[in-house]
Write a protein that binds this ligand. Structure first.
Ligand code: NAD
Length: 481
């Protein structure tokens, strides 16, 4: 059991009021940590520390090459701690450590290294004009850090998403206040220790734990915060967009999804079933890109339904302490009740459970991977984000119908499609109103590829050059000669 602390101006600190809350392990219910319940005073201290580090001291005067070295050192340390971080993530998320070793930890390292590569390449432009009032001018641009960035992290991939947000901000020269989720504070706290070990100057990265509804608004409305980058629910994203607009803060919002996986009649179903299942069930379906809506050409629908149900039944559900576990627990009891309510609601609306009613471990917050048949596009289960291991098969007859169903949602994060026909693949990819389309695979995440959505899935992009640009302002300088 751990006592977590905030990281403010390089100092580890309890919450000012001395308040704290408990974080429990999803797979066992055991107490894992006491977490500071910070208040507006703590937030103010953290933002002021970030503001001071932005304008004074070694970070303010450091060049891009120095920032790159700090980021590379941090990447080395995360790599050194890979196994321990995977276990920590597994405990706080109730998820098999193997998934963290394969995905979350290496991707965090890769993201830090990718953005370290950008830190010394923030070049401006020289722009010729016709001059000013008869005089020639020299016009050039500088890429300036946006300032203090508030970064609000969800619980479903805490280390990886913290790296997605931190790395471009630091490469750009910003300073940061991170707010980890109350449901996954441990791995980000450990990242904070590694940030200190990497030698980042005090105040460059500050970590404020606390309850979202208290700490979040204090950060989002703070006058010294220049940008808010948020990953989380669409509902909270909407409130952040409204609050941030009042002081014209820049925002990046990575919100919910309701991805379709479209299987055309020429797809090789034996080959694709494992990928479809991964798309639905990885991280217990608690991913924004979860491909929960499997749209299948009617000629294959029955076969796909049966094979997906077999695949779901074969998944071994259990705690991360059991190395044989292939799927873990949901994050907390409230979320378990929410996912169950979604399944019950779908059954009440006429869906049929083809897999998912088998027994789960007695302790912990488990749901079996569930496949639903008899789902129509208008049903609630087909429209709202469940964020759990629940997939459904919806038949279609034509390409137009498939595209129509796929796009008929408020979300627009990602989609995948499965076909041997190269023309179908690219034609449909163009018609899907989402931020990312995967052809014959499921949403590969890569630091070099932009990640974000259209419609209610958010604003802006994480990862890639696009994320770097979102932490920079382009300043133009005109000199009359
Ligand atoms: P959440 O919105 O409940 O919480 C996210 C973060 O916001 C937490 O740190 C929380 O403490 C904080 N928060 C809560 N209320 C706040 C407020 N009023 N103001 C500011 N901050 C507040 O989301 P969650 O349950 O942690 O994560 C699940 C959601 O995240 C899903 O909807 C999922 O689709 C989405 N998500 C999106 C992406 C993406 O890249 N698009 C990636 C991962 C998760």
């Amino acid at each position: 059991m751990t006592n977590l602390e905030n990281l403010i101006g390089g100092q580890r600190r309890k919450a000012t009021a001395g308040s704290r809350f408990e974080k429990h392990a999803p797979a066992t219910g055991n107490l894992l940590a006491y977490v500071p319940a910070s208040n507006t005073q703590d937030v103010d201290d953290a933002v002021r520390a970030a503001h001071t580090a932005l304008h004074h001291g070694p970070w303010a005067s450091a060049g891009g090459a120095a920032r790159a070295r700090w980021l590379q050192r941090l990447a080395d340390l995360v790599e050194r701690e890979a196994d321990a971080l995977a276990v920590l993530l597994a405990d706080e998320q109730g998820r098999p450590a193997g998934e963290m070793q394969m995905m979350d930890v290496p991707m965090s390292v890769d993201t830090l290294r990718y953005f370290a590569g950008w830190a010394d390449k923030l070049e401006g432009r020289m722009i010729p004009t016709d001059g000013f009032m008869g005089r020639p001018t020299l016009n050039y641009t500088r890429r300036m850090p946006v300032g203090v960035a508030a970064q609000i992290i969800p619980w479903n991939a805490p280390l990886m998403i913290a790296a997605w947000k931190l790395a471009p901000a630091l490469a750009a020269g910003c300073t940061v206040v991170i707010k980890p989720s109350e449901d996954a504070p441990l791995s980000v706290a450990r990242l904070g220790e590694l940030i200190c070990e990497a030698g980042f100057p005090d105040g460059v990265v500050n970590i404020i734990h606390g309850i979202g509804a208290e700490v979040g608004p204090a950060l989002v409305t703070h006058p010294l915060v220049n940008k808010v980058s948020f990953t989380g629910s669409t509902e909270v994203g909407r409130s952040i967009a409204c609050e941030a607009a009042k002081t014209f803060k820049r925002v990046t919002l990575e919100l919910g999804g309701k991805a379709a996986q479209i299987v055309f009649a020429d797809a090789d179903i034996e080959q694709i079933i494992p990928s479809l299942a991964i798309g639905m069930f990885v991280n217990q379906g608690q991913t924004c890109a979860a491909g929960s809506r499997v749209l299948v050409h009617r000629s294959l629908a029955q076969a796909v339904e049966a094979r997906l149900a077999d695949a779901a039944r074969s998944i071994r559900v259990g705690p991360p302490s059991d190395p044989a576990s292939q799927m873990g627990a949901l994050i907390n009891q409230r979320h378990l009740a929410r996912v169950r309510a979604h399944i019950d609601g779908a059954l009440a609306e006429g869906a049929v459970r083809l897999a998912g009613d088998e027994a789960v471990p007695e302790r912990g917050w488990f749901v079996r991977p569930t496949i639903l048949g008899g789902v129509h596009p208008g049903m609630r289960i087909a429209r709202e984000e469940v964020f759990g291991p629940v997939g459904m098969v919806i038949p279609f007859d034509s390409e137009d119908e498939a595209v129509g169903i796929a796009n008929d949602t408020l979300f627009g994060l990602s989609a995948s499609l499965w076909t041997q026909n190269i023309s179908t693949a690219h034609r449909v990819a163009e018609r899907l109103d989402v931020g990312a389309v995967a052809i014959n695979c499921w949403s590969p995440l890569d630091a070099r590829l932009p990640w974000g959505g259209t419609k209610h899935s958010g604003i802006g992009r994480d990862l890639s050059r696009a994320a770097l640009d979102s932490y920079l302002e382009e300043k133009v300088v005109t000199a009359a000669l």
